[in-house]
Design a protein around this ligand. Structure first.
Ligand SMILES: NC(=O)c1ccc[n+]([C@@H]2O[C@H](COP(=O)([O-])OP(=O)(O)OC[C@H]3O[C@@H](n4cnc5c(N)ncnc54)[C@H](OP(=O)(O)O)[C@@H]3O)[C@@H](O)[C@H]2O)c1
Length: 211
């Protein structure tokens, strides 16, 4: 598959690029800097601005799918995530690419029938702005019925770690283990992401991941 990966230089994006390349896909990796640590004959690193739908339309043309691991950088407010989502949707439409898998946030996943993670008492105040922006971005995506989108959220905690190959998913719900901990390594999240990109089992779904 030819995949345009937005945010390929980021912490999660870098692992998704690695996983896709290991599986034999060709990856065009986009970030503003255009620099990538990975070196692979099937990887092209390119500079682009994900808030610019012209850039996305040009870059996405000729790809089978667009993947995102975009995040707000330290110099930007979290609300930029909604601008990125709007440009991505517009760019995909103009490039006639209909598959989009987006690395989202866990804040909008349910932890109970009436409660999302962001509304739970344990949710840290300092994470609220980015979680809120990620939910706003999801709401924009959920109206894009013409695209085959999946909004794939990490567990509540995601860190660099081991690639175990184990993970579970749940539609609309936070995935937690028997002790109630919601966790996934970036390496296993990248596996879940690549599986969803290849298999499209959760189209039009806000999908949680974890152990
Ligand atoms: N538990 C959770 O819910 C959870 C936890 C962690 C992360 N996340 C989400 O996962 C996503 C990725 O996180 P991360 O930690 O991997 O992020 P990160 O390391 O900050 O990477 C962000 C990537 O986006 C790129 N980028 C930023 N602005 C851009 C623009 N205007 N145009 C093109 N590229 C741009 C960055 O490259 P340049 O700066 O070079 O452009 C970088 O490649 C984020 O949306 C984050 O909110 C969720």
């Amino acid at each position: 598959m030819d995949v345009l990966l937005l945010g390929a230089s980021g912490r999660i994006g870098n692992r998704i690029a690695d996983e896709l390349l290991d599986r034999g896909h060709r990856v065009t990796g986009v970030s503003r800097s255009g620099a990538l640590e990975l070196d692979d004959p099937d990887l092209v690193a390119i500079s682009g601005d994900a808030t610019d739908s012209d850039d996305i339309a040009k870059l996405a043309t000729g790809h089978d799918a667009v993947a995102s691991a975009l995040g707000p950088s330290d110099d930007k407010s979290p609300e930029i995530l909604t601008e990125m989502m709007e440009s991505a949707i517009e760019g995909l439409r103009r490039a006639s690419v209909d598959r989009l898998v987006w690395t989202g946030g866990a804040g909008g996943l349910h932890v109970g029938p009436e409660t999302r993670l962001i509304e739970s008492e344990e949710f840290p105040d300092e994470w609220e702005p980015v979680a809120r922006a990620a939910i706003d971005a999801f709401e924009i995506l959920s109206d894009a019925d013409d695209l085959e989108w999946t909004y794939l959220a990490p567990a509540a905690m995601i860190e660099p770690g081991e690639r175990t190959g184990e993970y579970r998913t749940a539609a609309g719900e936070l995935v937690a283990d028997e002790e109630g901990d919601s966790y996934i390594t970036m390496e296993d999240f990248a596996i879940a992401f690549a599986d969803e990109l290849e298999e499209a089992n959760a189209v039009h779904t806000y999908l949680g991941t974890g152990y």
